[in-house]
Design a protein around this ligand. Structure first.
Ligand SMILES: [Zn+2]
Length: 69
């Protein structure tokens, strides 16, 4: 099972197979499941992946703000 993780800190996307704790190789922050499947990810261009990472982080921030209220 290959999973797609995103770093909420720097938007880095990483492909991981069967790991419990995933740490960002760029900034060291804990990574979270992106919701993308490996197949979806593999069909995206580099540009689309960057865009997805940015949108995912924006959504996550919105969610965080809502949870704090
Ligand atoms: Zn990072």
């Amino acid at each position: 099972m290959i999973l797609v993780y995103v770093c909420p800190q720097c938007q880095e996307i990483r492909i991981v197979s069967r790991r419990k704790e995933v740490t960002c190789t760029v900034c060291g922050h804990g990574m979270e499941l992106s919701g993308l499947t490996f197949l979806e990810w593999s069909e995206m261009t580099q540009e689309q992946r960057k865009e997805y990472g940015a949108q995912w982080c924006a959504r996550r921030r919105t969610k965080e703000i809502k949870e704090q209220q």
